[in-house]
Structure formats: structure tokens, C-alpha cells
Design a protein around this ligand. Sequence first.
Ligand code: DC
Length: 229
Amino acid sequence: MPKGFVIAIDGPAAAGKGTISPLLAKKLNGFYLYTGAMYRCLALLCIEKGISTKDKESIIKILPGFEINFSDGEVFLNGKEVAERIKKEDVAMGSSDVATIKEVREAMVIKQKSMAEEIIENGKPVIAEGRDTATRVFPNADLKIFLTAKAEVRAKRRVIQIEEGGDKTEFENVLKDVKLRDSQDTNRETDPLVKTPGDYGYIVLDNSSMSEEETVDKIISLAKQKALI
Ligand code: DC
């Protein structure tokens, strides 16, 4: 049986991780572990229950009744399919809030590790994507990529995604949200997105002027250099 391995892809909001990682997983016949979906689902649960995404006490209380499952691009929150709903901006901002809570992060990391273990035991690669997958979740990941792009490029890509989803938006508002999330994700106390990725074993990939295909090919060539494939 082939040996399973982990490619961890972290980076700031809207850097392309959510497009590149599933493409990579498909090419490598691996499992795409979208850790951000977990924080997004918890934020959605808060919205549905009328709980503020900043209300730490109430959020910790609803954690035991929170169940998430992935299947082929679908995301299930307590049995309900929510892949499209969790892409919306209210959920995006709320997810950055709930992700600052230590107890939330601990619960999510346990779930992420156990999902990945099963895949690796079956000899498959795991393509994990998020903010702390290479530092906290899989510190021994076989390849660590820090995928980034200029804030303006990221905001522009996000505007296109939002408009493709049928909503209207303003570039300036999206840029402001992207910067706010970056700031919250890098400055929180527990397992923040690192500011100096080179010091944590990441290979930094700025894809501001790369196509999706070029970015995927680059990561595949890095995996080959590491003899993972
Ligand atoms: O990658 P994303 O935009 O879907 O993530 C949504 C939010 O979840 C992001 O603003 C920060 C948080 N997150 C995190 O703190 N740790 C992760 N491993 C993944 C996401």
C-alpha cells in the first residue's frame, strides 16, 4: 500500500487556498481537508441560533451539539448541506471571530487530526488547508506551503467569487473585510496565522501573478522534489 502523507497549505484570506487545495487533492487522488469550513460552520450555527459570533460563553455551550462532515465537495452541518451558504460574507467574518476562541480551536484540531489519521492509514495523501495546519494541526506535515497574494489581488478575486454567487458587492468593502480578517487571524492569541512563515518551515508561494494551474503545478513540483510523489 502507498504511504499516506500530508501537504499543509496555510495563508491569509482569499489567497486561493480554497481553489488550489481541492484541485491538488484531485490530482493526487487525496483528501481535501478544508479546516476553514469547520470555523465557518460554527459561525453559521451561531447565526442560525441568534448567538453573537463574539459571545464566547454561549459558543462554548453549543460546541457539543456541533457536528460537521465532508463528502466530495459537500459540507454537512448537523446533517444539513451548507457548502454554498458558508461562502457568504456574514459567515466569513463570523468564522474569524469564533476562530479566536481557544476552546473552539482545541475541539476543531482534535476533529481535524482524527479525520486525517484515517485517510493516511489508508495510504492516501491529505491536503489540509487553513491558517494553522502546518503549525498546530500537522507540525510534521511532509510539505508546508504558505500561499499568499497581495491584499488587492485577493480582494479582487473575492469580488469575482461573490458576484458569481449572485450577490453584489463593492471592492473597497471586500478589501476592508479581507484586511480585517488578516489582522484578526494573525493577531489572535491561540495558533495565529504566522507573520514570518519562513521561520516555521513553510515554502512561501506568492501567487499574485500566477494562474491556478501554474500554482498547482508548482506545488506538485515541490512535492516531487520532496519525493512524496
Ligand atoms: O480559509 P477560510 O477563509 O475559509 O477561513 C475562515 C476563517 O476561519 C478564517 O478567517 C480564520 C479561520 N480559520 C482558522 O482560524 N484556522 C484554520 N485552520 C482555518 C480557518
